[in-house]
Design a protein around this ligand. Structure first.
Ligand code: SF4
Length: 303
C-alpha cells in the first residue's frame, strides 16, 4: 500500500507519512486473544446473545472500569455472583424503596453498592421509557451528534434532581460525566461502553446497529492518551474531550469507516507492558510505530 499523506494541522510532533501502514501493522499482528482475556469486555461477551442483558452488563462493566483490569473483572464478578448472573432480573426488581440495599457492602475503588443499586433503578426507568439504551443515545445524537448522544445517556443515567423520585446517593452523578458540560471530561467509560455496543468487528459486540461505527470517539484512558500523544495524534497535555476529538480525527485519517478500531490495540499496548513508556531498545526495537514515536525522534538506536 502506498504511503498516505498525513494532514497535519497543529501538532508540534508529527508521525511519519507511513504512520497509517505502521498502525495497521500493529493492529494486524496484535495478540487480541491474550489482551481480551484481561479486558473488562471479556465480562460482557458472555451476555451478547441477550441484547438487553448485554447492555446492562456493558454499562456495569464500563462503570466499574477504573483501576487495573484484574480488579475491574473481580468487581464485575462480585456483582455477577450477587445477582446470580441475572442482570435483567437485577434491573427489573429494583424499586424506589429497595435500590439502596441491592448489593450491600459492594465496593470497587470509590464506587459503592448503593450507587450500583441506584444505577439499577435508573436502568429500569430508562427501559420503561425508551426500550433500549441505543434509542436513548440516538435521541441525543440526532440533536447534538456523538457528544449529544453521550449527554442524553449521561443525564438519564444520573436521574432527576427534583420531584418525588429517590435522589441519587452521594457521588453517583459524577460517575456519568458528558462532554458538553464544564470541564469537558474525556468520558472514557461512556465512550468505551458505546464502542463495545457499536463496533461490528472483534472484539466488540455490534449490538447497536443503528449507530454507524464511523461516528465513534476514542475512549481515551491514560494508556491510550500516553501513546497517542507520543505518536503525535494530539499535542494536548490534558486528557479531556478536545484531546478525544484530536485523536479520533487523526485515526479517522487512517480508517474513516472504523477509526476507533485501533483503540483496543493502543490501550493494551500500554496495559500489557508491550510499550514501556520509556526509551528501551530491547522492547522498542521491534515496535512498528517506533519511527513515529516522540521518544525516538531523531534517533535510530538506543541512546
Ligand atoms: S517505540 Fe517504545 S516507547 Fe515508543 S510506542 Fe513503541 S514501545 Fe512505546
Amino acid at each position: 500500500m502506498a504511503p498516505v499523506a498525513w494532514v497535519d494541522v497543529t501538532h508540534a510532533h508529527r508521525p511519519t507519512a507511513e504512520f497509517p501502514q505502521h498502525l495497521e501493522s500493529l493492529f494486524r499482528d496484535f495478540p487480541f486473544d491474550r489482551s481480551l482475556a484481561q479486558d473488562p469486555l471479556s465480562c460482557v461477551i458472555p451476555y451478547a446473545r441477550d441484547r438487553r442483558a448485554a447492555e446492562v452488563a456493558g454499562l456495569l462493566a464500563a462503570t466499574l472500569a477504573v483501576g487495573n483490569t484484574t480488579a475491574i473483572r473481580r468487581a464485575f464478578g462480585d456483582l455477577e455472583a450477587r445477582t446470580g448472573g441475572d442482570l435483567n432480573g437485577f434491573v427489573d426488581s429494583r424499586s424506589d424503596t429497595n435500590w439502596a440495599g441491592a448489593v450491600p457492602g459492594f465496593r470497587h475503588r470509590w464506587i459503592r453498592g448503593d450507587q450500583i443499586g441506584y444505577l439499577g433503578l435508573r436502568l429500569k426507568r430508562i427501559y420503561e421509557a425508551h426500550g433500549s439504551l441505543e434509542e436513548l443515545f440516538l435521541e441525543g445524537f440526532e440533536l447534538g451528534g456523538f457528544a449529544g448522544g453521550l449527554q442524553r445517556l449521561s443525564l438519564e443515567l444520573r436521574g432527576p434532581v427534583g420531584g418525588k423520585a429517590p435522589r441519587a446517593p452521594p457521588g453517583y452523578r459524577a460517575l456519568f460525566p458528558h462532554p458538553l458540560e464544564q470541564g469537558q471530561s474525556a468520558c472514557k467509560r461512556m465512550t468505551l461502553y458505546v464502542r463495545w455496543m457499536v463496533r461490528r468487528e472483534r472484539p466488540d459486540l455490534g449490538l447497536w446497529t443503528k449507530v454507524d461505527p464511523s461516528v465513534l470517539r476514542i475512549p481515551l484512558d491514560q494508556h491510550t492518551f500516553w501513546i497517542a500523544y507520543h505518536l503525535g495524534l494530539t499535542s494536548r497535555r490534558t486528557r479531556g474531550w478536545r484531546a478525544v476529538e484530536d485523536v479520533t480525527a487523526a485515526l479517522r485519517q487512517v480508517d474513516p469507516v472504523d477509526p476507533v478500531k485501533f483503540d483496543f490495540v493502543l490501550c493494551h499496548t500500554g496495559i500489557s507492558g508491550d510499550c514501556p513508556k520509556e526509551r528501551d531498545m530491547t522492547v522498542c526495537g521491534p515496535c512498528v510505530v517506533r519511527p513515529d514515536c516522540l521518544l525516538w525522534k531523531g534517533r535510530r538506536s538506543a541512546a
